[in-house]
Structures are given as C-alpha cells and as structure tokens.
Design a protein around this ligand. Sequence first.
Ligand SMILES: [Zn+2]
Length: 399
Amino acid sequence: MQSLGHLEFALKLPQWASLREGDSPADACPSQPGTARLVTAAIDQIMSVAPTKLIHIGADEVFTLGTCKVCRGRNTAPLQLYVEHVSKIARHVKSQWGARVLIWDDMLRHAPTTLLHTLAGLVEPTVWAYGPDVTRMVPPYILRTYAAVFPNVWVAPAFKGATGPRALMPDAARHAANTLAWIEVGRRMKSYSGLSVAGIIITGWSRYDHFAVLCELLPPSTPSLVLSLLTASRGYLTPATLHDVHALLDCPSHVVIDPARDPHLWASRNCAFPGANVASLLHSYISLRDDIRRMMKEAEETGGWLTKYNIDHNFSPPKRIREATVDLRRLTFGLSDLREEALGVLSQYHDTATVSEWIEQHLVPLNLTLTNLAQTTERLLSVSTWPRRPLDWLPSGGA
Ligand SMILES: [Zn+2]
C-alpha cells in the first residue's frame, strides 16, 4: 500500500484531490492530516482482509515532496517531512497490527544519517535497482550507510517491467543478470560491511504507473519469473539452471532455452506452461504489426504514389495504388484472426477489463490504420481522370 507517492489511483478522484502536493496526482502532501488518515484507513482495510506480518508501504519516488505552500510554510527540510510522515504510518502499522514495515529506499539514498537513524527501528528499506549493474544506481557507500543504520534491508530486482512502458515480453536475460547482481552485491556487502539482507523481493510490473498503458502481462512472463526465481534461490546461473527452467516450463526437447541467444525467451512460446499461448499470441502480433508498419512506411515514406500529397490530391494511378497495397487484404484478415485469438487466449488468464484494454491498446490502432488505408485506396481507385499540372495548392490538406 503506497503511502506518499504513487497514490494517483486515489488522488485522481475528486474526493481526495485536495490532498495532492501540487498539480501532480501522484504525490500526497505530508503536511495535511488527511493524507495519513487516507493511508492508514487503506492499510487497515487491507490488513483486516489479508492479515500479514510484513507490509510494504512503498514511499518511493515522491518527486514533488515539500513543494506545496503548506509544506514550504513549515520551514522544514523536505526529507524531514518525509521521515515524519513515514514514521507516523509505520508506528500505526506496528501498534495496530504488529507487523514489520518495508519501504522502498530511493528517498533515503541521499538522506543524512541522523535522519536515517530515526527510521531505524521502524522500517526496513527495500533497495531497488533494475539494471544488470546495480551498484551504478546504488553505490556501495549507500549500502554501507544502510548497513550501519538498519538491522535489516531487502534487495529488489525485477522479473518484468522496468525496460520500457510498452514492452510486451520481458527481457529475461537482463532480469536474470539483475537478480544475479543483487545476490552477488548482497553477499559481498554482507561480508565486507555487515549488511544484513532479510530477503529478496522480485517485482513484476504490469504498468509503469496508474496512468500508463499495459506493459508485460504475467502469463507470458512466466519463463522470466522462473529463471529469476531459480537464479535467486540458487545464487548462480549455470547451464544446469537453464536445464531446470526448460523442465519446469514443460518444454519439448527441440526447444532451446538460452537467454544469451534469445534474451526474451521467445522459444518458450512452444512449451506447455500456462501462458505459452499468450507468448505465441504476442509473437504473431509483433509479426503482423511489423508487416503493417512496413507496408505503411512503403506507402507513406518510401514510395512515391501513396503519400499524403497523392491522397490529398486524389492523384495516383491504379497500378501504383494496387502495388502499394498488395498486402492489405492479407493483413486485414490476419488482424481479424488475431483479434479472435486474443479474445480466446487472454480470457483464459485475465478479466474482461484487461482483455479489452490490451485489444484497445494493440489491435484497435492497427485496425484503424488498415481501415483508413482501405478507404483511401477505394477513393483513389474510383478516380479515372486527373487534373492538369500544376495541381491546386492545398496547404491545409485536401479531401
Ligand atoms: Zn505539502
């Protein structure tokens, strides 16, 4: 349950808009008593339905912290406001529910040690970095500081998300390298700095934030998850690990699971794990999308007979139009088949809202492109005589 930033799912609504730090619907103002009331009420609801001994209260990426008029009027450093707010929430969780409280660590990376000490008994930082070189984002001196202040920290790689807000299949090679890097850094920092790593949290995002479109879906990300889990639990990644991934994903013998040569593990679409049919759907989608893009690029950019100019002036000969759109029929049928496949396959794993959202974000734009091209083609083909040159000047576009 987020407790200060990333609260746009609540702050976007009119009843909580007044709690925003500024014009960002993501960040709440720590100076308004309503913020802690909203967050603790949400935590209480979650804990009463799903009691737990460990709760993560987020608190990361509070980009506009301390910038509102009320906060500035308090003459208190933004990080001090942050620590006071997080402490208030953590104390509530501890007294009401007796649970351990985790937060993301990024807001603490440049905090003075004295401030960190006030959080020491209250929260356990989860140190996140999602690239293969985690110390670039979290240099060892930060981990040494945490080791000196906090009895426990957690480390966090990701198995999906974090590589692009519109990614379709996780880069399993990158995510496994990220997981391995955390295992190694954790081990090293434990022996050199006494860092106590309580555990590893392998996150997987389905969107970058509440307003973003979908990124990698869970079912086709199973191979990346399995690879990261095996890497994390064993502490190394060897051919034997890949052999076990192959077996766990129920792959036939001809399928090769090799992140070095196939970073997204597309080969896994031919295995039998639940979700392989979504990977197969995505593979077909990418191939069709790329064919459509190629056709449109040829029509609009490379070719000389179906550009915006030709279309605006209804000025192109039938032979050239047919050449430029020779694949249009095949691609239109292909898209229609893919839509049926998407409805059938995605509905096995996702609710109607997610299935509709995926189709709207991926297939509807392609359909619009093809429909527009079909209509344009039909119109241009209906013309059989053309005006003399020079053609009329149509600075704002023609038909
Ligand atoms: Zn404020």
